[in-house]
Design a protein around this ligand. Structure first.
Ligand code: MG
Length: 397
């Protein structure tokens, strides 16, 4: 049976790998791309439209939308902005949305997919971090399903097939340790954006890659794990596993440990989300002696990677804490890539935002959570400006 896909964030890493799976789908399980959404890379979208023939396209950037419309002619409807994207989700005829939009901008699209009662293949971990509880309430109300497309969370999801959550002793969330796993604190503090962007195992977008260097990405994944499987902080254990072959493990109340393994390739989790609850057939690599011969595990070092602790703190704090951490980090990553702040300061910005977070912030609706997101962005910008001003003062003789 043909599965109809919406690909949200079609020009990014997750989007292009989803389209790759669509192109190579076996004839007995065809994948039809019915809609594409992207931010501004209209020329890439033009090529994608010519290859995959969706009936709907949405571009966040109005100028890019106009150029795409002019190039495509009247056959394909090009929608514009966030309203256009939500409109596309509301009207497209689809079974599964693979959602790889990066950042808080992915939250409303997640909610819109769930309101349609469809399957949300969620690579936008920010949606879970900001509004996990609300999204699960929506899914329940509309009979929708959330299937994680983060590799670790897909692993846990797969290990839990047919299992009961109350029989989970703890989950071992694996972390590659990123490019600075063996570096000293001083080396990490002085790292350049180029060094931080050189991830040893995974090919991902810049925000996730910087987050892998600080372990902030793992902090966000701890929060994501908490929401996806209703796990308290004490049942979440982060394990550094440099080879990224074991994507995560679930330990049960009888001491048995289940793991999901595979070479690092996001097409695995994407394929799983598309076909769940079936497995389907994919031409992806399985076991190999070359890659699987040596698997190592170590405890993460919270002194060198203090960002990781912030994930556990957010679970304890609850409310808008996830929204605040995520938004502050988005702003801090930009400032780091622009070389305005150091890698150590990048993490400091998010910790300061959590400290300053008003306890009165409401967290019972998407609007309130997005208000907290706005607040944290303003806070982070001001905080970064003061860090930069301080640096200028100390440099003056
Ligand atoms: Mg991950």
């Amino acid at each position: 049976m043909t599965k109809r896909l919406l690909v949200l964030g079609s020009t990014g890493s997750i989007g292009t790998q989803t389209l790759d799976l669509a192109a190579s789908a076996p004839p007995e399980a065809p994948l039809e791309v019915v809609g594409l959404a992207a931010a501004s890379s209209w020329q890439t979208v033009l090529e994608q439209v010519r290859e995959y023939r969706p009936s709907l396209v949405s571009m966040a950037d109005p100028e890019a939308a106009a150029k795409l419309r002019a190039a495509l002619g009247p056959e394909v409807e090009v929608l514009v902005g966030e309203a256009g994207l939500l409109d596309m989700i509301a009207h497209a005829d689809f079974d599964v949305a693979i959602h790889g939009i990066v950042g808080a901008a992915g939250l409303r699209p997640s909610a819109a997919v769930l309101e349609r009662g469809k399957t949300l293949g969620l690579a936008n971990k920010e949606s879970m971090v900001i509004a996990g509880d609300l999204l699960f309430q929506l899914a329940e109300r509309h009979g929708a399903e959330i299937v994680p497309v983060d590799s670790e969370h897909s692993a846990v999801f797969q290990c839990l097939r047919g299992e009961r959550l109350d029989e989970v002793r703890r989950v071992h969330l694996t972390a590659s340790g990123g490019p600075f796993r063996t570096r000293t604190l001083e080396e990490i503090h002085g790292a350049t954006p180029e060094e931080a962007l050189a991830h040893p195992n995974w090919d991902m977008g810049p925000r996730v890659t910087i987050g892998s260097a600080t372990l902030m990405n793992k902090a966000l994944e701890v929060i994501e794990l908490h929401h996806l499987f209703r796990l308290p902080a004490e049942k979440i254990h982060v394990v550094v596993h440099a080879q990224s072959i074991v994507h995560s493990m679930v330990e049960f109340t009888d001491g048995s440990v289940m793991a999901q393994l595979g070479p690092p390739d996001m097409r695995g989790p994407i394929h799983y989300a598309i076909h769940h609850p079936e497995r389907g057939t994919a031409d992806l690599e399985g076991f190999s002696f070359e890659r699987f011969a040596q698997l190592t595990f170590e405890e993460p070092d919270l002194q060198r990677f203090p960002a990781l602790g912030l994930g556990f703190r957010v679970i304890q704090d609850g409310g808008t804490a996830g929204a605040v951490l995520n938004a502050a980090d988005e702003i801090a990553v930009e400032a780091f890539l622009e070389r305005r702040i150091s890698l150590a300061q990048l993490v400091e910005v998010s910790a300061a935002a959590l400290d300053a977070r008003p306890a009165s912030q409401g967290a019972s609706s998407l609007d309130q959570l997005l208000d907290a997101d706005d607040w944290a962005r303003d806070f982070a910008r001001d905080y970064i400006a003061s860090l930069c001003a301080e640096a200028t003062t100390t440099k003056t003789p």
